[in-house]
Design a protein around this ligand. Sequence first.
Ligand code: XMP
Ligand code: MG
Length: 183
Amino acid sequence: MRAADIPEDITEILLTEEQIHEKLAEIAAQVAIDYEGKNLLLVGVLKGAVMVMADFARLLPGHIAMDWMAVSSYGAGTRSSGVVQIRKDLDTDLHGRHVLIVEDIIDSGLTLSWLLENFASRGAESIEVLALLRKPEAMKVHVDCRYVGFDIPNEFVIGYGLDYAERYRNLRDVAVLAPHVYS
Ligand code: XMP
Ligand code: MG
């Protein structure tokens, strides 16, 4: 669906599908250069990163491998707690691999900083992060993110894989969720 289908649920369209695709193409061109001759493993963080992964992976010119991890960050509503639990682990042995973590959004940064530490202990040759979105004002811990799509305001956003209570993932654009939906 498009933002025009749910006008009451959003206050603002932040990014259109077209803007997102254009940015992902730019990042893919850079990644193709940075990882030339290397065996790249993309690790998507379920479920929010599904759309980013699907579009980004298809923009890469060479062979890649893909794996998925599902984590849940305890905490109610629209806040992350930093206490992370693995719901689905990787199928791949990271030993000696060049890993690029694909994330939908860096909010507090707590989930990603936990993931980076976890992956580092598994013997990966290199670990970098691609995040479509980042909220600089919300970050509680610094996370080294090599590829960032867009810095956005500190508001709860939905669409392009991002949900509120499992809804809106199929919205093509990224939009700000209207407060009346969650309050
Ligand atoms: P942090 O960086 O705070 O984020 O550990 C953890 C996960 O929380 C989700 N998240 C959001 N989901 N709109 C969403 O739909 C948002 O504005 C938002 N902020 C954080 C997301 O899955 C992220 O990986
Ligand atoms: Mg996520």
